[in-house]
Design a protein. Structure first.
Length: 149
């Protein structure tokens, strides 16, 4: 099987069988966003304990790229500290911008590599990054309200 076919399978699998889809009761983190160009909608919610994302879910509707990206995001962020999550989100966005990461980052995208193909379709980048941008905004809002300053 060609790598491109494998990546398409990963995206379709996450679209057909999304991981962590649903809502979290009383989330510590919550953010809603839409992509007005195509109508994709996403809600990201999470529980945070001692600065670690213990549970993260998404809900919403949209194309296979936006929904599978949200599913992949939830798997990637669970168990990370907020700082690790922000670093990972920034690295993912760099990957989708077509930039290579320095090898010393230690970041392994795993199945997220499937979304790298979106770089060939600039109009779909917003679909692929919607959940990631939403999660980043949610984390920033959480940190702002929970800072020790």
């Amino acid at each position: 099987m060609a790598l491109e076919e494998l990546y398409q399978e990963i995206i379709l699998d996450h679209y057909r069988h999304p991981r962590n889809k649903g809502k979290i009761e009383d989330p510590d983190i919550h953010e809603h966003a839409t992509n007005p160009l195509c109508g994709d909608e996403i809600d990201i919610s999470a529980k945070v304990e001692n600065g670690v994302i213990k549970e993260v879910k998404f809900s919403g509707q949209g194309c296979s790229i936006s929904q599978s990206s949200a599913s992949l995001l939830t798997e990637a962020l669970k168990g990370k500290t907020l700082e690790e999550a922000e670093t990972f989100i920034a690295a993912f966005r760099e990957m989708l911008a077509g930039h290579e990461l320095p090898e010393d980052t230690g970041i392994d995208f795993g199945e997220l590599e499937a979304l790298r193909g979106v770089t060939k379709f600039p109009a779909r980048l917003k679909c692929a990054t919607l959940a990631w941008n939403t999660a980043q905004e949610a984390i920033k809002a959480f940190e702002k309200t929970h800072s020790n300053h």
